[in-house]
Write a protein that binds this ligand. Structure first.
Ligand SMILES: [Zn+2]
Length: 170
């Protein structure tokens, strides 16, 4: 036995009743079939809305999943290359200070390169520890240009950079 809503007082009543037990509204077969039709339409709309809503949620999750992953990876990569550049700049200043003639220092024109290119190189050896390997050309005390190779390690504590050990120079 199905229940319908009384069109007058909204009370749920049996669809076989002749009148609403609460407000006394007279129920004819025509009225009942009209109410049934309305109910079916409402259910259909509700079903469609629910389906649409679920679809929208899945779509949102899907879009978030495909757009977030590469974004985070790119951010990490950018941060790493930014830090490496920073370490390189700081290291150059440190090395310069220990040269006989800092103003003649030449570190190559391209900054630092990956190790396999045999050039200057910044490597992230631990989470916050960077190893800097490179060379610099500068004048010695006789005015001759000599190449000095250096190796140093820098640590980042979240705010400042710290030189871990005296740079190795030869
Ligand atoms: Zn009623």
């Amino acid at each position: 036995m199905a229940l319908i809503c009384c069109p007058e007082c909204r009370k749920r009543i049996s669809e076989t009743a002749d009148s609403c037990p609460k407000c006394g509204y007279q129920l004819t077969p025509e009225i009942i079939s009209e109410i049934r039709k309305k109910n079916r339409r409402a259910l259909k709309t509700l079903g469609m809305l629910t389906a649409f809503f679920i679809l929208a949620i899945f779509l949102a999750i899907f879009v978030a999943a495909i757009s977030e992953t590469p974004d985070a990876a790119t951010k990490g990569k950018n941060l790493l290359s930014f830090r490496k550049q920073l370490v390189w700049t700081i290291s150059k200043d440190i090395i310069k200070k220990s040269l006989k003639s800092p103003s003649t220092a030449y570190f190559g024109k391209g900054g630092f390169y990956p190790k396999q290119h045999g050039g200057n190189c910044v490597t992230c050896v631990d989470d916050d520890i960077y190893s800097v390997k490179g060379w610099v050309d500068s004048q010695n005390s006789f005015g001759a240009i000599v190449r000095t190779r250096f190796l140093l390690k820098m640590k980042y504590d979240g705010k400042t950079w710290e030189l871990l050990e005296t740079p190795l120079m030869e």
